[in-house]
Design a protein around this ligand. Structure first.
Ligand code: HEM
Ligand SMILES: [Cu+2]
Length: 631
């Protein structure tokens, strides 16, 4: 392939690919983009913006709690702020950011040019964006939900929470879940059908496995929440009594909510585990120890994660036998988690790993997550939980799990994939400083909360009395939360300045093993010029020549958007699949869906109008036209 004729041919085809896959320029055209790298990056950036907002709300809470009997915030404002902190972190930050990383990276890891349903992908993003903006508009207008992110009735019912706040919860949260579900379905289809030939299931990178399990969990965990919040909406708006009065049952809400809520934690945590594996493989420059045990334990966590939800309800007065069962299943989750930790340690053992910032974050994750796991085993036991429930002990525990288990790996993943996203490296020096400040600030903030909890400080209180012995710890925690935030801000600064000043990364700066590093950084709109087959779990490492030696798939058209579909298990080529190009309709359908849901809060006729608008948008979306053949 060195004669000038073929090079000339190559250039011609590259130009054609560029034309075919280009996203049209201009402000209005922005709303028509569907390429997976565009949409994935939007999820990531928007998710981090909501993270910043969530942290700001947390700082406001800590400002209020810094001293006893503070009147910086009135109780109502505090309730909205703490509810929005939880809602933001769980719904607007953690799931979308994880899905954003997946949407961006998975097709690259699989070696394909895009996802299976690009327009659906764009639709999911706009749903998410509109839902987030609506929630924050409600907060600015002081009509945000104020009964916590779990919104238990009867407190969340119409008689104790009149006004629009909880209506926002029941309608907008439901609406927002469409986005997560859409992305999950898209990821499952892409992982099963778009792997490059030769990438059989047992050669898929662990991150891909993790995203697959996360996506299945989303598909099974979110519908109960959607149904529960619709029932709550009916209670509130149509005078029904699913959760209140003699005919209803508030415990039913708790079951439905936590049947979603506990898996939700794993939905955030499992992709983070995948990131950890990717980072460990790359920085030890070794194949992972125990690929199959790791994959099996990720799958096991996915299953067991659905059998634990009642441990959030030990104080609700459930039968003793049931509680015992859920204690056992909660403790059981430690087994697959332990298997993974041992496999990682075995991979690291004796490998002389390079202590770059991504790996530092992984080590930070180990430490923090183990502490969170230990306090988890403590609260999994009913007698202990009777004491600790609804105290700051639990606040400490779940921040150890959520921030340790998800945010630290995520920051590691950010440092790791930033060069792929932007073509530039982040500063290692600033990255290390940021890591240590974040790590110290985190522990100084959340560790003392264990003590406060054991001393009886309840959670979800807007203030506390003087003389209870909680003053010093609270002041200390509030100051530490500023240190923690400072660490996070250093990473933000690093992200921003490296955009312009970072060293040029090249295709594969870390000498990593997976296919996303086999294309330029940032990837071209068509992801890969040549679709190459793979013959190992570590395609960029295997053999002497690596990927360059492998046969190329030919026959995929470059004059229209087209991807190769392969079989699920063995990844044999099956069909060529044309994909739709840019379109404004996903955006308009998202707007119409938003009108349908939000309209519920104002008048029952508005959703009817919304249905008509949705119908129009769907018609536009599916209107047949010739698949855009680039001239
Ligand atoms: C600067 C970092 C953070 C600080 C200082 C912080 C602080 C707090 C505080 C003071 C509460 C209220 C506890 C209560 O009264 O019950 C809280 C609740 C909560 N936080 Fe955070 N947090 C931070 C980051 C996070 C992150 C990254 C997540 C998730 C990924 C998270 C998830 C939650 C959840 C789910 C709640 C429960 C809200 C509720 O009860 O409705 N937080 N946080
Ligand atoms: Cu749980």
């Amino acid at each position: 392939m060195t004669d000038s004729a073929s090079i000339h041919h190559d250039d011609e085809e590259t130009r054609q690919l560029e034309r075919t896959w280009a996203s049209p320029p201009g402000f209005f055209a922005w709303f028509t983009h569907v390429n997976q790298t565009n949409i994935g990056m939007r999820f990531i950036v928007t998710g981090f913006i909501f993270f910043i907002l969530g942290v700001i709300l947390a700082l406001l809470m800590r400002l209020q709690l810094a001293v006893p009997e503070n009147d910086f915030m009135d109780p109502e404002t505090y309730n909205q702020v703490f509810s929005m902190h939880g809602i933001t972190m769980m719904f607007l930050f953690a799931i979308p950011v994880m899905e954003g990383f997946a949407v961006y990276i998975i097709p690259l890891m699989l070696g394909t040019r895009d996802m299976t349903f690009p327009r659906l992908n764009a639709f999911g993003y706009y749903i998410y964006l509109i839902a987030g903006v609506m929630m924050y508009a409600a907060l600015l207008l002081r009509i945000a939900p104020d009964a916590g992110w779990f919104s238990y009735p009867p407190l969340a019912g119409a008689s104790f929470s009149p006004g629009l706040g909880l209506d926002f919860y029941t309608t907008v949260v439901t609406f927002m879940e469409i986005s997560a579900l859409v992305a999950a379905i898209e990821l499952i289809a892409t992982i099963f059908k778009c792997k490059v030939p030769g990438m059989s299931l047992n050669r898929m990178p662990i991150f891909v496995w993790a995203v697959l399990v996360m996506s299945f969990m989303i598909v099974f965990a979110l519908p109960p929440l959607v149904i529960a919040s619709l029932m709550l909406a009916l209670d509130r708006m149509a005078g029904m009594h699913f959760f209140t009065a003699a005919s209803g049952d508030p415990i039913l809400w708790q079951h439905l909510f936590w049947f979603f809520g506990h898996p939700e934690v794993y939905i955030i945590f499992i992709p983070a585990l995948g990131m950890v594996s990717s980072i460990i493989i790359t920085f030890t420059q070794r194949p992972i120890f125990g690929y199959i045990p790791i994959v099996l334990s990720i799958v096991a966590i996915g299953f067991i994660g659905f059998g634990l939800w009642v441990h959030h309800m030990f104080t609700a007065g459930l039968p003793q036998l049931g509680s015992n069962f859920f204690t056992a299943s909660s403790a059981m989750i430690a087994i697959p988690s332990g298997v993974q930790i041992f496999c990682w340690i075995a991979t690291l053992w004796g490998s002389k790993p390079k202590l770059a910032t991504p790996l530092l974050h992984v080590l930070g994750f180990f430490l923090i997550f183990i502490i969170g796991g230990l306090s988890g085993v403590m609260v999994a036991s009913v007698p202990f939980d009777m004491q600790a429930h609804d105290t700051y002990f639990v606040v400490a525990h779940f921040h150890y799990v959520l921030i340790g288990g998800a945010v630290f790996p995520l920051l590691g993943g950010l440092y790791y994939w930033y060069p792929k996203f932007t073509g530039r490296m982040m500063s290692e020096r600033l990255g290390k400083v940021a890591f240590w400040v974040t790590f110290a600030g985190f522990n100084l903030t959340f560790f003392p909360m264990h003590k406060l909890g054991l001393e009886g400080m309840p959670r979800r209180v807007y203030t506390y009395l003087d003389g209870l012995g909680w003053n010093e710890a609270n002041l200390f925690i509030s100051i530490s939360s500023a240190v923690f935030t400072l660490g996070l801000m250093l990473t933000l600064v690093n992200v921003l300045i490296s955009l312009k000043r970072g060293n040029i990364a090249g295709d594969n700066p870390w000498n990593a093993d997976t296919l996303e590093w086999a294309t330029s950084s940032p990837p071209p709109s068509y992801n890969f010029r040549h679709i190459r087959t793979v013959d190992s779990r570590y395609p960029l490492w295997s053999g002497t020549g690596g990927l360059e030696q492998n046969p190329v798939v030919t026959g995929i058209r470059s004059d229209r958007r087209e991807i190769l579909l392969t079989s699920i298990l063995e990844s044999h080529p099956e069909a060529r699949q044309p994909l739709p190009g840019p379109s404004p309709w996903p955006f308009w359908l998202a707007v119409a869906t938003a009108i349908t849901f939000a309209g519920l809060m104002a008048h029952l006729a508005i959703p009817l109008l919304g249905f008509v608008l949705c119908f129009i948008a769907i018609t536009g979306w599916v209107w047949p036209k010739r698949l855009g053949v680039a001239k």
